[in-house]
Each structure stands twice: as C-alpha cells, then as structure tokens.
Design a protein around this ligand. Structure first.
Ligand SMILES: NC(=O)c1ccc[n+]([C@@H]2O[C@H](COP(=O)([O-])OP(=O)(O)OC[C@H]3O[C@@H](n4cnc5c(N)ncnc54)[C@H](OP(=O)(O)O)[C@@H]3O)[C@@H](O)[C@H]2O)c1
Length: 281
C-alpha cells in the first residue's frame, strides 16, 4: 500500500495554490491538486514533473467545487486515490463581481469559499484522522476585517456587494476553522486558517472594481510563491505539530475575530448543508 501522506491542495491550477503545489513537489512531497479545468491542471502536472525531487509527485483531481455534489465527488476520489492524507489545504476561492447562485441555490462566493472547504473537510475528516497526525489549512483573508456573517441574508438577496460577499465567506471560514478545531483532537488533526498576504493573481478575474484593481496592481503585489510560503509552512513545519484553532496573518498568529463568529459559522454551515453531510463532529 502507498504509505505516503499526500498533501491535497484545492485550486492548485493557478496563483497561490499552483505555487504551493510546485514548492511542495520540489521538497519531495506527494501532492494532489483539485481543479475544475483539466488543461490547466495538466499544465501544472507538467511543470511539477520538471521540478520534482526525491519522490515528489503531483496528481490531478478534476472537480467543480461550486456545488455540494462536486465537492462530495472530489472527496470520494481523494479517499480512493490517497490512502493517507497528511494535509488538506483548502485554497480554492473566488471573488465574484456579480451575484450568482449555484445549482444548490447558494450565492457563488459563499459556495466556493465557505461551503466547499466545510464539505470537503468534513467528508475527509475520518480519513485525515486515520492518517494522523494530519493538518487542515484554510486559506482565509484579511478582508475578514470588513466582513460580517449575515444569518438573515447570507446570499445577498437584499443587495449584493462583491467585497461584502467575499469578506463574509472568509470570516465564516475562520469561524468554522475555530469551531471545528475545538471538536477535533489536535493530536489527530490540526485545523488552522491563514491570510496569505496580498498577492498578484487571477483572483477576481479582472472584473468589477476589486478585480480590476487586482489586475492593474498585480505587478506591484507579492508573487504567488510568496503567498504560498505560509500555506506550505502551516502544512508541513514540524514546529507547528499539535497547534490548532488559530488564524495566521502569513507567519504570525493573530486575532481572527470575535468568538460569536464561531457559532454563527457553524450555524450557517448546518443551515446551508441541511442533511447533505456524512458526519458532523
Ligand atoms: N490574491 C490575494 O491577494 C489573496 C489574499 C487573501 C486571500 N486569498 C485567497 O487565496 C486563495 C487563492 O487565491 P489566488 O489569489 O491564488 O487566486 P486564483 O489565481 O484565482 O486561484 C484560485 C484558484 O481556485 C480555483 N477555483 C475557483 N473556483 C473553483 C471551482 N468552482 N472549482 C474548483 N476550483 C476553483 C481556481 O481555478 P480556475 O483558475 O480554473 O478558475 C484557481 O485555481 C483564495 O482562497 C483567495 O481568496 C488571496
């Protein structure tokens, strides 16, 4: 049996996730990226082959993480392909310029940035714990400072703002991170969240005010490799063993927001997912 602890990175086809995947393969790690565009995933696999060191390997799972069924299918394939998962980096994210609902009726930003990491983590939790010691790294954002979890109107029906939706999704992800960490033995799996820094990437797709600013400013911003460094650190550094339930701004543990976001995020996740899940810890 393949005894290697695989590192799973969602959104590994571009930006920070791609850079983290290539970095890890260069360190001899076995990596699976989850992406929704096969061609881009194959390009990353090709780049990884040129860089792989001492057993480093990169494999691709194609999945659309904007729907609950897509995430569950990805989880099933990951369980099959990786007998052990040592780290799950929930990195895939979007900044939608306008309001769209997914097939599950969930606002798209909330679906990709919050619901997908919740579902993937819970679907894989048994598998991660069986691979102990395992780590979950949730890629959040300093945009959480301007966010609030709106339990009355989480889908932005009463007025949509791209930044508000993004900030809500990231704040909720931090709350979920801390809630889950409180329920899981840190000797089996640690769960942390991180802001990777402001990075020049495709985030926002160049659309809308923020996307446009991101695209124009990209040459002046941190490169994806720099944004990937804290993700790699949190997923692999032995000094972080057993440390769980924190929010990091790059390499520094900082305040992730008031305690009530933990229960609000948990409530929101349960409400959005209904009876979709295998197991709530
Ligand atoms: N850039 C920043 O300044 C910054 C700051 C704070 C936090 N972050 C966070 O960092 C993470 C990575 O962002 P990035 O800056 O590297 O942006 P990016 O280059 O746009 O990368 C996002 C990744 O997510 C994938 N993705 C989006 N929707 C998906 C879906 N439905 N199914 C599967 N994969 C999907 C994208 O795939 P495709 O390219 O194929 O769509 C891409 O690989 C995000 O969570 C973002 O919120 C970024």
């Amino acid at each position: 049996m393949d005894a290697r602890p695989w590192i799973v990175i969602t959104g590994g086809t571009s930006g920070i996730g791609r850079a983290a995947a290539l970095d890890l393969v260069g360190r001899g790690r076995a990596v699976i990226i989850v992406g929704h565009r096969r061609e881009e995933g194959e390009e990353v696999a090709e780049a990884a082959r040129a860089r792989a060191q001492r057993g480093g390997e990169l494999s691709l799972v194609v999945a659309d993480l904007s729907t609950i069924a897509g995430v569950q299918a990805a989880a099933a394939e990951l369980r099959e392909r990786a007998p052990r998962i040592g780290a799950l980096i929930n990195n895939a994210g979007i900044l939608a310029s306008r309001r769209e609902l997914t097939a599950d009726g969930i606002e798209a930003t909330l679906a990709v940035n919050f619901v997908a990491p919740v579902v993937l983590t819970l679907e894989l939790l048994d598998h991660l714990e069986a691979s102990a010691p395992a780590r979950v790294v949730n890629v959040a954002s300093s945009a959480r400072h301007v966010g609030r979890i709106d339990l009355e109107d989480p889908h932005g029906e009463r007025g949509f703002s791209s930044l508000r939706a993004y900030a809500q999704s990231k704040l909720a992800l931090i709350g979920f991170t801390r809630s889950l960490a409180a329920r899981v033995d840190p000797q089996r799996a640690t769960i942390n969240a991180v802001h990777p820094g402001i990075v020049g990437s495709r985030l926002g797709g160049g659309r809308g005010l923020i996307g446009g600013l991101m695209r124009l400013g990209a040459p002046l911003l941190r490169r994806p490799e720099g944004g990937a460094a804290p993700l790699v650190w949190l997923a692999t550094d032995p000094e972080l063993a057993g440390r769980s339930g924190a929010y990091y701004s790059r390499f520094r543990a900082v305040d992730g927001g008031p305690a009530e976001i933990d229960s609000d995020a948990w409530t929101l996740a349960q409400w959005l997912l209904g009876d979709h899940l295998v197991r709530w810890p």
